[in-house]
Design a protein around this ligand. Structure first.
Ligand SMILES: *Cc1c(COP(=O)(O)O)cnc(C)c1O
Length: 432
């Protein structure tokens, strides 16, 4: 497999863009000397700049739940493009997509569209602080909520609850208002609320963590978060940017029967275009301007093209009552195949997932929080990734990330994956 065109593009790109990419993980540094550059996608496949074809198990980190170039989505985009690209005033498709989302998600009465998941979490936090009149935010180590200053925080040392910035440029003072706790540890949350409960505005959580690899909540954890936040008058924010319309049509909140105060959305709801949204209880959402006093705005928010793409994608999912069952089975099939191939190669590998999502960790399991993910052997993942790519399967180009199957996967593609796994796990077994 040659990737010379990707290398040439990378050489040009790094002259004009930091690291040659527009989002760090695209550098593929963990698994390759330089990034692959994509050229086009078609159904279950993505092609790189050298014409190599891969079964796409990344799917743009989740949005492409129907695969590449689904005719309903592309058709809707084309049709809308002919009408108008953007108005800067209200338009019908914003209403239609908002109606669809609020009727699908039990905990969302009203929502506001933004252009990315980051904007959604940033705005939800501002709103939670305004609504409660408090400043502190709790997040969990290993959960990712976009590159919001307050959420680029890691636990401070010792017993100090105040977090430290993860990145230069995030003021220490901003991180100080964030408390970072281990995921899946209800005791830690109860203690934080005992100590500072009257100052905590919100707890933000991925109800199924998928940004440290897939780490499902342990039994009772989310119910516990709901109870503790309610007891102390703090808001519970579900970041469903990944889980929304992936684990099922009503998101993780529907799956677990829980009612977060606010919900953040992105990825699947935009059909592959840049869309985010935050929503929740009416009483809270009505604090947003112009109804209320909390400012938040966006020139291209509710972009008609993006709304059309999202509507088309979600309508496809709504139309096919089998869609989510099929996606879940695809995920389970991949989990099983990976476990079997890992066992046959004699390599320690923990495969865990949630509906429509899965991960392979090169360590003993279970993986329940970020500390556990540190046992994942990245050298093994690198060897595994490279072998899969050589066999024509594109996986997330970093360890501790989720695999995103799409509904475009059919028997042919499963056969390609099945055929690729044994050599990849053998490569992993001999990489140290
Ligand atoms: C991707 C992601 C975000 C950030 O979304 P962007 O569109 O990349 O800004 C936020 N939360 C979660 C859970 C995500 O997976």
């Amino acid at each position: 497999m040659t990737t010379d065109n990707s290398r040439l593009l990378y050489e040009r790109a790094r002259q004009v863009t930091p690291g040659g990419v527009n989002s760090p993980v695209r550098s593929m540094r963990q698994v390759r000397p330089y990034p692959l550059f994509a050229e086009r996608g078609e159904g279950a496949y993505v092609y790189d700049a050298d014409g190599n074809r891969y079964v796409d198990l990344l799917c743009s980190w989740g949005p492409l739940i129907l695969g590449h170039g689904h005719p309903a989505v592309v058709g809707a985009i084309k049709e809308q493009a002919e009408r108008a690209l953007t108005f800067g005033i209200a338009s019908r498709l914003e209403v239609e997509l908002a109606e669809l989302l609020t009727s699908a998600l039990p905990a969302v009465d009203e929502l506001r569209f933004v252009s990315s998941g980051t904007e959604a979490t940033m705005s939800a936090i501002r709103l939670a602080r305004a609504f409660t009149g408090r400043d502190l935010i709790i997040k969990f180590a290993g959960c990712y909520h976009g590159h919001v200053d307050a959420l680029l925080a890691r636990a401070g040392s010792g017993a100090a609850l105040s977090a430290l910035p993860v990145s230069p440029g995030v003021p220490g003072k901003v991180a100080e208002d964030t408390i970072v706790l281990p995921y899946n540890d209800l005791g830690a949350i109860e203690q934080a609320f005992r100590e500072r409960g009257d100052r905590i505005a919100a707890v933000i959580v991925e109800p199924i963590a998928a940004n440290m690899g897939v780490v499902p909540p342990v039994e009772g954890y989310l119910v516990g978060l709901r109870r503790v936040t309610r007891e102390h008058g703090a808001l519970l924010i579900f970041d469903e940017v990944i889980t929304g319309f992936r684990v099922g049509f009503s998101g993780a909140q529907g799956m677990f029967g829980l009612d977060p105060d606010l919900t953040c959305l992105g990825k699947v709801i935009g059909g592959g275009l840049p869309v985010g949204a935050y929503g929740g209880r009416r009483e809270i959402m009505e604090r947003i301007a112009p109804q209320g006093d909390v400012y938040q705005a966006g020139t291209l928010s509710g972009s008609p093209i993006a709304m059309a793409a999202g509507l088309a994608q979600l309508s496809e999912l709504a139309r096919d009552p089998e869609a989510y069952r099929r996606l879940r089975e695809l995920g389970l099939t991949l989990e099983r195949e990976m476990r079997e191939a890992a066992a046959a190669a004699g390599v320690a590998c923990t495969v865990q997932g949630a509906p429509g999502l899965l991960s392979a960790f090169f360590c003993e399991g279970p993986v329940r929080d970020q500390a556990d993910t540190e046992r994942n052997q990245i050298a093994r993942y690198r060897a595994f990734w490279q072998s899969m790519a050589e066999s024509g399967v594109l996986l997330p180009p970093a360890a501790n990330e989720a695999i995103f199957p799409s509904l475009a996967l059919g028997d042919t593609e499963l056969e390609i994956i099945r055929g690729a796994l044994p050599a990849a796990f053998r490569a992993a077994a001999s990489a140290d």
